[in-house]
Write a protein that binds this ligand. Structure first.
Ligand code: PG9
Length: 607
């Protein structure tokens, strides 16, 4: 098939920050090519104030999504508060993307530090800062870096080996580990639609391009694609490095480990603000993990966390009053930009304000209030197990029966859609990708291949602040299986505050786990058919009040398509090479007995 490129104006469509009217701007723009140590020139857009009495600091962002169409910063809500205060804004195309020279490498590895000529994203940041300090007049010799997602990750790279003038960074939704929890895999399960579409978007050409799906509903397209080996055979022809890496590295080998922040982050050398969205559909694991990694070595108190009720980058794009159908009562993103982000940079780059930042500021959903914590997760929460029981019940009491289980047949030929169909191309026209994590889970609740358990109606609020884990005792007739676990807030059937939300099933925590990795992500092992195995699944941290009158629900299923590729359910060494005939139906059994009490472990804060 011939690949046709659909050109996007720029992937600011992806992180499209709406702009504010076209009032005359106090900023003026320059476009320059900045030469790196190896001679490669990077395209850079610089906005300086036309008149400024005092020397100003820089705010730098480095992205693969194209900077040429960047508006004046005072026209972009994401940075407007800072623009009004006065900074020098710098936007740069990273190597090999858009108007920058050189070769793009997806999340380029750290250079060989013994080679003085070697480059990586840290050296490109360093060289850019050197140039800015020397060439942009009226600067105060201080630089801050910030950015969302890929630009969050480049901020992390800046912070790892910081230029002496780099005073602080705010990484926002940076991926941390592409095998364990971010864009390309979760717990070893491959994020098919994201991996396929993103590899094409970034690597088919220098500018973002959408894969030309012939179907609006890509569910059908991915199902007909069949075995993953058809991707290179029919479409990519071995030309896209990231796709080839997915195929070559089906396990958590040194490729993923070298790319991961787990091996790259050490002590925080400058103040860092990590920012996460509770319903981030791309990189939720990333900022929480980065915060946790830095925190382990944060003797000098430089590492901070902010989390709010947002999707990927939602704090920059919207006012944050709602997400999909969910309401948060106040403009949470405006609060972040005005009361957290702007004061942060003003303090570290201009010496303004008290610098009294809380260790963790997280928005508590359900109660819809901002909370400040001295640690994250907070220590005051106690672990409580929520057990699966007979007749679809959930309770905080352990099961008493010697036997008890629920079973379902999972069929890779009829995978469960991860969101309501049509499943538009991820970044395609009309896509509802950005809010899928808030969709009402009733659309799958009654399927025979979805199990659900729920509590009685809550007589009082239950506050869960901190980690959520699932512990499953499960068996399968196959030799591999995926486990998708969802913790749900089920709204009351009658909900006068927002009548259309009556009975809504809102996911509060979720993840998928690929069974072959239950003992090690490095060395997958076949599951012995019909043997009960334990699966411990990280559902990450949350801060949510399940309100009186609501119910807690857990749903469990084994397909989530096409965001997760289909597990053949027959162990094969590399699923990217699986044959059509390897995909088989299997019966999965979840146990809920005294000896095999499947449950969720919640961090509950008593009143
Ligand atoms: N989630 C996107 C991404 C970041 C880093 C690597 C690959 C993908 C993004 O929004 O930039």
């Amino acid at each position: 098939m011939k690949i046709i490129f659909l050109w996007l104006n720029s992937l600011f469509l992806l992180l499209s920050f709406q702009t504010i009217g076209q009032t005359p701007s106090p900023y003026e723009r320059r476009d320059v090519l900045i030469t790196m140590r190896d001679g490669v020139r990077l395209n850079t857009v610089i906005y300086t104030l036309k008149t400024s009495k005092e020397p100003l600091p820089f705010l730098l962002t480095r992205t693969p999504y194209g900077v040429s169409e960047t508006e004046s910063p005072d026209h972009i809500p994401y940075v407007k508060d800072m623009a009004d205060d006065g900074y020098i804004f710098v936007y740069q195309d990273i190597r090999g993307r858009y108007k920058s020279e050189g070769t793009f490498e997806m999340q380029r590895f750290t250079r060989n530090k013994k080679d003085p000529k070697a480059i990586d994203e840290s050296t490109d940041t360093y060289d850019t800062i050197d140039w800015l300090l020397a060439n942009i007049p009226n600067n105060n010799k201080k630089v801050g870096m910030y950015g969302i997602s890929y630009a969050g990750w480049t901020s992390v790279m800046g912070a790892i080996d910081p230029h002496p003038a780099l005073m602080t960074v705010s990484e926002q939704a940076s991926p941390s580990d592409m095998f364990l929890g971010d864009d390309f895999h979760h717990n070893g399960a491959f994020r098919l639609s994201y991996g396929f579409e993103y590899a094409f978007m970034e690597e088919a050409t220098k500018q973002d391009s959408l894969f030309p799906f012939p179907n609006y509903d890509t569910y059908d397209w991915y199902l007909k694609l069949g075995s993953l080996s058809n991707v290179n055979k029919l479409y990519f022809k071995d030309k896209l490095p990231s796709w080839n890496d997915f195929v070559k590295h089906p396990n958590y080998d040194s490729f993923w480990q070298k790319q991961s922040l787990i091996t790259r982050i050490d002590r925080p050398k400058i103040p860092i603000m990590n920012v996460a969205g509770w319903w981030d559909q791309e990189d939720f694991y990333g900022p929480l993990k980065a915060y946790q990694l830095w925190e382990k070595q944060d003797q000098s108190h430089k590492n901070f966390l902010v989390a709010g009720p947002w999707n990927h980058g939602g704090w920059g794009r919207s006012d944050g009053r709602t997400l999909g159908n969910i309401q948060f009562d106040t403009a949470t993103a405006v609060t972040f930009r005005k009361e957290i982000q702007a004061p942060w940079f003003a303090y570290y780059l201009k010496g303004k304000g008290s610098g009294n930042f809380a260790e963790a500021v997280t928005f508590q959903t359900g109660s819809n209030t901002w909370k400040r914590y001295e640690t994250w997760p907070p220590k005051e929460a106690a672990k409580r197990n929520l057990y699966f029981q007979a007749n679809g019940k959930l309770s905080f009491n352990a099961p008493k029966a010697a036997f008890g289980s629920d079973a379902y047949i999972s069929d890779p030929a009829q995978p469960i859609p991860y969101r309501t169909r049509p499943i538009e191309a991820t970044y395609g026209p009309g896509s509802r990708w950005r809010t899928w994590l808030t969709e009402d889970q009733r659309f799958v609740h009654d399927r025979p291949d979805v199990l659900s358990w729920e509590t009685e109606v809550l007589q009082e609020d239950i506050t869960v602040t901190g980690e959520v884990w699932a512990k499953l005792f499960a068996a399968t007739t196959g030799s591999d299986a995926d486990w998708v676990v969802k913790l749900i807030d089920e709204y009351p059937a009658h909900y006068p505050k927002q009548p259309a939300m009556g009975g809504y099933q809102l996911m509060i925590a979720n993840d998928v786990f690929r069974g072959r990795f239950r003992n090690s992500f490095e060395k997958p092992e076949a599951i012995q058919p019909n043997k009960t195995e334990t699966y411990t699944i990280d559902l990450h941290t949350i801060n949510h009040v399940f309100k009186k009158g609501h119910k807690l629900m857990v749903q469990l299923q084994s397909t989530w398509f096409p965001i997760i590729d289909r597990n053949p359910q027959k162990f094969v060494p590399n699923i990217f090479d699986a044959k059509e005939t390897d995909y088989q139906k299997a019966t999965h059994t979840i146990f809920r007995s005294v000896t095999s009490p499947s449950h969720l472990e919640l961090s509950v804060v008593e009143k």
